[in-house]
Ligand binder design. Structure first.
Ligand code: ACO
Length: 441
C-alpha cells in the first residue's frame, strides 16, 4: 500500500472537568503553580459510570458513525492503553461487540501496554501490517487513550482522561514518512503500577522528567541520522520541521522538550551564530543538563518564537484535558489539525511519543490534502465548550468513589447519566463474576 496514514480521527473525552486554578486554591498551593508552573488549564475526569471500555467504545463508535465506516471494511483494530480492568481480557475483545451485528469477526490486532506508549506501538504495528504481506486491503482502527488518575499530592493535577480513535488506510491525507523513526527504550522505574488493588501509579516525578528528556535526546538524534541516511545528505535540523507534536504530561514539559531538541541541534554546531546565547553550555555532561535551570531558561528563550509557531497549536487538548497518557500524543495531532487546518498541506510534522518504564520514539508525517472535513467532523472547540466545570470538592469525591469501586464486583454505578454527553456508552452493571455490561444514553 502507498501513502499509508490517517483517514479520519475522533476523540472522546468526559463531560466533566475541574479547572486548575480552582484546584490550586483547593490544594492550598501558590497561585500559578498548576496554571503557570505546569502550564495546564483544565483537567478532564470521570466518575463511576465510565471506564476504559466505555470510553473506547465511545471513541470508536463516534469515528465509525461520523465517517460512515462499513464494519466489513475494517481488518485490524488495535488498542494502546495502560488503564487495565482485566489482567487477561483485552479492550479489543470488548470492542468486538461494536462489530457483532455486521458478523465481521476477522479483525486482527489486540492491546499493547507500556505506560503512555501503547498507542504509538499500536499505530506502528498497524502501519507495518499495511506494508506487509499480511495486509488484505482493508482499513484499520487504532485506539489510544487512558483514564489518568494520581493519588493526592503533587502529581494529582497532572491527571486527565480521553481516548482517540484513528481510521488508518492507504492514500490518506495525512501520511506517515515510511522507514523514518528514531527509537529509544530502557528499563527504569520512573512510573509504574505494581499495586493491582489501586488505579494509581507509583511515580518518581523528577526521575520521569530526566528519562523523558534523555529519550528526546536519543530519539531525536536517531531520527536525524535515519533521515540523513535515507532521505537527504544535508544535515537535519529543526529548520526542516514545520510543526512538532509531543506527548504532553503537562505543558511546561513540552516547552522544555522543544528547547531540548534545539539543544541537540546546538551540540552538533556549537559555534553557529544562531546559538551564541548557548555558548556557556557546550561542554556539559548530559546528566548535568536535565535539571540545569539556566540552560533550560536559555533554551526556552531561544526557541520561544518557534515554539509559538510550530508547537503551541498542538497543545490545545492537552491543556484542556490533562494527560490522557496513550491518547496524549494523538490528542496533540488532533489539536494541530484543528488549529492549523488551513496551513498544513505540504508540511512535515515531527512527533515524539514517550511512555515511562521506558519506551519512546520520534517519527513524522506529512499532510498531502486538505483536512477541513476531518476538522468539521470532530468539532473540537464546540464540544470542549459544552463540558461542565465542577468544583475540586466534587472532583475529589469522584476520585474517592472510583477508589471504592476499583476491583469491586456485583454493583451498579451511582452517578447520574446527566454527567455524560448524550449518546455515550456507560457502565450499567458489574456482575458477581466481574463481567461488565453497558448501555448508551
Ligand atoms: N507560579 C509559577 N510557577 C510555579 C509556582 C507558582 N506559584 N510554583 C511552582 N512553580 C513551578 C516550579 O518552579 C516548577 O517549574 P520548573 O519545572 O520549570 O522548575 C513547576 O512549577 C513544578 O513545580 P515543582 O515543585 O518542581 O514540582 P512538583 O513537586 O509540583 O511536581 C511533577 C511536578 C514532578 C511534574 C508532578 O506533578 C508529577 O510527579 N507528575 C507525574 C509525573 C509526570 O507527569 N512525569 C512526566 C513524564 S512521565 C508521564 O507522562 C506520566
Amino acid at each position: 500500500a502507498e501513502n499509508i496514514g490517517i483517514l479520519g480521527m475522533e476523540i472522546y473525552f468526559p463531560k466533566t472537568y475541574v479547572a486548575q486554578e480552582d484546584l490550586e486554591k483547593f490544594d492550598g498551593v501558590a497561585a500559578g503553580k498548576y496554571t503557570v508552573g505546569l502550564g495546564q488549564t483544565n483537567m478532564a475526569f470521570c466518575g463511576d459510570l465510565e471506564d476504559i471500555y466505555s470510553l473506547s467504545m465511545n471513541a470508536v463508535t463516534n469515528l465509525m458513525e461520523k465517517y460512515d465506516v462499513d464494519p466489513h471494511s475494517i481488518g485490524r483494530l488495535e488498542v494502546g492503553t495502560e488503564t487495565v480492568i482485566d489482567k487477561a481480557k483485552s479492550i479489543k475483545t470488548v470492542l468486538m461487540d461494536l462489530f457483532a451485528k455486521s458478523g465481521n469477526t476477522a479483525i486482527d490486532g489486540i492491546d499493547t501496554i507500556n505506560a503512555c506508549y501503547g498507542g504509538t506501538s499500536a499505530l506502528h504495528n498497524t502501519l507495518q501490517w499495511m506494508e506487509s504481506s499480511y495486509w488484505d486491503g482493508r482499513n484499520a482502527i487504532v485506539v489510544a487513550g487512558d483514564i489518568a488518575v494520581y493519588e493526592k499530592g503533587p502529581a494529582r493535577p497532572t491527571g486527565g482522561a480521553g481516548v482517540v480513535a484513528m481510521l488508518i488506510g492507504p492514500n490518506a491525507p495525512i501520511t506517515f514518512e515510511s522507514g523514518l523513526r528514531g527509537v529509544h527504550m530502557e528499563n527504569v522505574y520512573d512510573f509504574y503500577k505494581p499495586d493491582m488493588d489501586s488505579e494509581y501509579p507509583r511515580v518518581d516525578g523528577k526521575l520521569s522528567i530526566s528519562c523523558y528528556l534523555r529519550a528526546i535526546d536519543n530519539c531525536y538524534s536517531r531520527y536525524r541520522s535515519v533521515f540523513e541516511k535515507k532521505f537527504s545528505p544535508d544535515q537535519f535540523s529543526l529548520d526542516k520541521v514545520d510543526y512538532a507534536v509531543f506527548h504532553s504530561p503537562y505543558n511546561k514539559l513540552v516547552q522544555k522538550s522543544f528547547g531540548r531538541m534545539l539543544y541537540n541541534d546546538f551540540l552538533r554546531n556549537p559555534n553557529a551564530e544562531v546559538f551564541k546565547s548557548l555558548a556557556a553550555y557546550k561542554d556539559l555532561k548530559a546528566e548535568d543538563t536535565y535539571f540545569n535551570t539556566d540552560l533550560e531558561k536559555a533554551l526556552v528563550a531561544l526557541s520561544k518564537e518557534d515554539y509559538n509557531k510550530k508547537v503551541a497549536p498542538s497543545t490545545l487538548l492537552a491543556k484542556q484535558l490533562g494527560n490522557t497518557y496513550c491518547g496524549s500524543t494523538y490528542g496533540g495531532l488532533l489539536s494541530l489539525f484543528c488549529e492549523k487546518s488551513d496551513d498544513l498541506v505540504g508540511k512535515r510534522v515531527l512527533t515524539f511519543s514517550y511512555g515511562s518504564g521506558l519506551s519512546a520514539s520520534a517519527f513524522s508525517f506529512k499532510v498531502n490534502q486538505s483536512i477541513e472535513e476531518m476538522v468539521k467532523k470532530v468539532d473540537l472547540k464546540k464540544r470542549l465548550d459544552q463540558r461542565q466545570r465542577v468544583t475540586p470538592e466534587e472532583f475529589t469525591n469522584k476520585l474517592s468513589l472510583r477508589e471504592q469501586r476499583h476491583n469491586l464486583k456485583n454493583y451498579s454505578p451511582s452517578d447520574s447519566v446527566s454527567t455524560l454527553f448524550p449518546g455515550s456508552f456507560y457502565l450499567k452493571h458489574v456482575d458477581d463474576a466481574g463481567r461488565r455490561c453497558y448501555e448508551r444514553t
